[in-house]
Design a protein around this ligand. Structure first.
Ligand code: ATP
Ligand code: MG
Length: 339
């Protein structure tokens, strides 16, 4: 264990910035990748419009929020009037239609918190998740995309953190670790808390964009082109920020007391949210408030065992960046859960 009081990073940390930036560049999806994705979405739209001519197709998640890598799936939300039918009935019908139109591996997953149809395209190798009327996801996709346009260090940090999480086996919600979406929110909140700040809190500014989802107002300042120089006073490079991110989650975050909140640009107390005890399967051990569905804790999947795994991984990552001779390799060393 590193000492908790350790707050200074190594003096040569910036020498690792070029290597990390090269890795970041290599993770960005290629033009070929993007055009294949578009083809898949176009053929999906065609199939859907035959049955539901008024349905609107929205992309959400990392194919639309600018945090997508060349391994990311395609997330699609269909907005449509479903009358008296249930979402599950519509999804089952959708699955039949897609099978009839020769999409591959079509499967309706109806028991999830957000029911979806999964399918893939064997030609391009893409997989695609389709949900119905989940407009919160569409709203938070735009919020993330707008944050990404303010300072390029957000994309750099989030790509590296997502890549690290995938390789270290801590990006698996079904196993009690965190979603990509949760990691991006952690990165945004971290950059909101830097001194000087690298990101503002868009939801605390003048509301220039608003979208009502099921009675909840999703509103924030979206004229982000005006914020191009917001983080300019802060000169920290990506290597230092990456180290500081892991160091924060290893040693500074108060897991017992605090909730991280992109909505307020700071941390708030669990007390204030009534997230102090376990309710059903929501344990609230590591708390990440959803920016719009504020009753939703993205850390709810984390349990006693996985919080330990996560904290050990944060500590390991901080230590590797602090002490290793070749941290860019060691940091992303795949961890094999089974052994
Ligand atoms: P990846 O590149 O790993 O696919 P992603 O950003 O698409 O990353 P997913 O975990 O596939 O991440 O989630 C897709 C989208 O679904 C998110 O961007 C977010 O809009 C929404 N989402 C995912 N999980 C949640 C959740 N627990 N609560 C609310 N929205 C969520
Ligand atoms: Mg996705």
């Amino acid at each position: 264990r590193m000492g908790r009081s350790q707050v200074e990073c190594r003096p040569d940390i910036d020498t690792f910035t070029p290597g990390l930036l090269a890795l970041y560049e290599s993770l960005k999806p290629s033009e070929v990748h993007k055009s294949k994705q578009k083809q898949l979405v176009d053929s999906l739209a065609k199939s859907v419009s035959k049955e539901w001519p008024n349905a609107q197709l929205h992309l959400y998640g990392s194919c639309a929020n600018s945090f997508g890598t060349s391994h990311s799936d395609v997330d699609v939300c269909l907005e449509m009037e479903i009358g008296t039918a249930s979402t599950v009935e519509v999804l089952l019908r959708l699955a039949d239609i897609l099978r009839a139109d020769n999409f591959d591996n079509v499967e309706a997953i109806t028991s999830a918190r957000v029911p979806i149809v999964k399918m893939s395209d064997s030609g391009s190798g893409f997989s695609c998740d389709i949900c119905i009327n989940n407009l919160f996801a569409v709203a938070n996709t735009k919020l993330l995309k707008d944050y990404a346009q303010i300072d390029q260090r957000l994309l750099q940090l989030a790509f590296l953190v997502k890549h690290w999480a995938k390789l270290r086996g801590v990006n698996e919600t079904y196993r009690g670790t965190l979603s990509s979406y949760a990691y991006v929110l952690m990165c945004i909140n971290f950059l909101q808390l830097r001194e000087p700040k690298i990101l503002p809190c868009l939801q605390a500014m003048e509301q220039t964009y608003t979208m009502n989802v099921d009675g909840t107002e999703c509103a924030y300042f979206d004229e982000v082109h005006q914020l191009q120089y917001f983080g300019a006073e802060n000169k920290e490079g990506i290597a230092e920020l990456l180290w500081a991110f892991f160091h924060y989650w290893a040693f500074h975050h108060d897991y017992r007391r605090d909730v991280i909140s992109v909505r307020t640009g700071s941390t708030i107390s669990k007390q204030e949210k009534n997230w102090t005890t376990r309710v059903g399967s929501d344990r609230h051990l590591m708390c990440i408030e959803d920016p719009f569905e504020t009753g939703h804790d993205l850390g709810r999947v984390v349990d006693r065992q996985t919080i330990r795994i996560l904290r050990e991984e944060f500590e390991r990552a901080a230590a590797v960046l602090q002490y290793n001779d070749d941290p860019c390799v060691a940091l992303f060393e795949p961890y094999d859960y089974e052994n």
